[in-house]
Every structure is written in C-alpha cells, then in structure tokens.
Design a protein around this ligand. Structure first.
Ligand SMILES: C[S@@+](CC[C@H](N)C(=O)[O-])C[C@H]1O[C@@H](n2cnc3c(N)ncnc32)[C@H](O)[C@@H]1O
Length: 216
C-alpha cells in the first residue's frame, strides 16, 4: 500500500523534529536571506507553505513586527514543534499554523485570509512530488503586487561532481529531490500570468532562489 505524504512526513519527523533546527542551520542555506528580502508591508499577511518547526515564521515575525504570519504543514508532528516555538516566542497573536496539504488547501477556511502579500516556500518543494501544482496554487493565493519567494536545493553545477552526487544520494534517503527544472517551470508560469521573475543560484549553486512578483 502506498504511504501517504502525511504518514511519511510524520514518520520521518517524529524524532527528527527535536534536532531539526540545530542540524538544518548548517545545510538549509538561504533561509535567512529569504527572510531578509521578504519585507512585507505593515499589516501584510505572509504565508509559509511547508512551515516545519516554525523556525522561519518565528524569525520573520520577530523581524517584521507589524505583519501577520501563517503557516501550513502536512506533518502533525512538525506542527507540534511549530506550535511550541510560537508559544515560546509569545507570538500567538501574530503567528498561526495549521495542518494542510500544500497541493490542495483553502487558507480562507483555515485562517480567514484568502490572499497574501507574501508567500514563501523554503526547502519544501523538493519534498513534494506534485510541486508544480503547489506553485500554481501559490500564485492564485497571491494578492496583486504580491511576491512568492522560494529557496531550495539547487543544481550544484558549480560544485565538485562527487559532492553533488553524494549530496543527492543522501537527500533521497529523506524524500528530498532537488527540482532541477524549477527555473523553467517558474518562467513558464510567470509568463502565463504576466508576473516578473528573478532567479539566482546562490552559494555556488548549492541553492536556488526565486522571487515571482505578481502584476498589480
Ligand atoms: C525540509 S522541511 C522545511 C521546513 C521549513 N520550511 C524550513 O525551511 O525549515 C519540509 C517541510 O515540508 C513539509 N511537507 C512535505 N510535504 C508537504 C505537503 N504535501 N504539504 C505541506 N507540507 C509538506 C514537511 O512536513 C516538512 O515540514
């Protein structure tokens, strides 16, 4: 029987979540760069798709004190950690998370907030088989003039081949598959909806970073 994504993620993160924030700081590169560039307007609503332990939401909410932050995740185990992190940071009035599948969810029903000025996806598309569908859904949830920020594993073309091959084999053990056609997929999506796309491959192509800005 095929394991559902929710069961697979819960199995993986049931214990991992306790060491997640400490260990991932060394190899999920670009998360703080993304948060620095988010720059939501005062009163704006920001959504993280695949929020995990809530680490990004807490860091962002501390930085942007006048914005509201919402997150969804398919792992109830991870949501236990994010709930706790939000509570510890005393951010319950501005940060909320909920259980949902990134490929199909209704933020209006979950949070009462149908559109967002910023949406971000950090190292989650590489774990979601139908990631192009998540992108399609995310742009529909963006307010006019809003931005979708994405950071994830890149193609590592500028790093030694042995490093790339070893990293990819290791990542596959954790259901992680770098999306080598992310730029092409985002370019097609942007041109279809008349959005502007900026794309980079920071950290010697270790990561990929995209910002899609929806027209006003
Ligand atoms: C590598 S973690 C990244 C967490 C966080 N964004 C960060 O940067 O630390 C990937 C997260 O995506 C979540 N995820 C995987 N598939 C998902 C799906 N279909 N819908 C929502 N979340 C999903 C996992 O449960 C996990 O919390």
């Amino acid at each position: 029987m095929e394991m559902t994504a929710a069961i697979a993620m819960d199995r993986m993160y049931r214990r991992q979540r306790y060491v997640y924030d400490f260990t991932r700081r060394y190899y999920l590169l670009g998360r703080d760069l993304l948060i620095r560039r988010l720059n939501p307007a005062s009163g704006g609503h920001v959504l993280e798709i695949g929020c995990g332990t809530g680490r990004n939401l807490v860091v962002a909410a501390r930085r942007y004190k006048n914005a509201h932050f919402l997150g969804i995740d398919i792992s109830r185990q991870m949501l236990k950690s994010s709930d706790r992190a939000i509570e510890r940071a005393d951010l319950q009035s501005r940060v909320r998370v909920a259980y949902a599948d990134a490929a199909d969810f209704d933020p209006g029903a979950l949070f009462g907030s149908p559109k967002f000025t910023r949406i971000f996806i950090s190292y989650s598309l590489s774990m979601i088989p139908d990631w192009p569908r998540v992108l399609e859904g995310a742009v529909r949830l963006l307010a006019d003039g809003g931005e979708l920020h994405i950071v994830d594993f890149g193609g590592q073309e500028r790093l030694p081949r042995w490093f790339r091959n070893t990293l990819r084999k290791w990542l596959a053990l954790f259901h992680v598959h770098p999306r080598d056609d992310m730029e092409r997929t985002l370019a097609a999506l942007s041109s279809r909806i008349g959005a502007r796309l900026a794309f980079e491959r920071p950290y010697l192509s270790y990561a990929q970073y995209a910002v899609l800005r929806k027209a006003r």
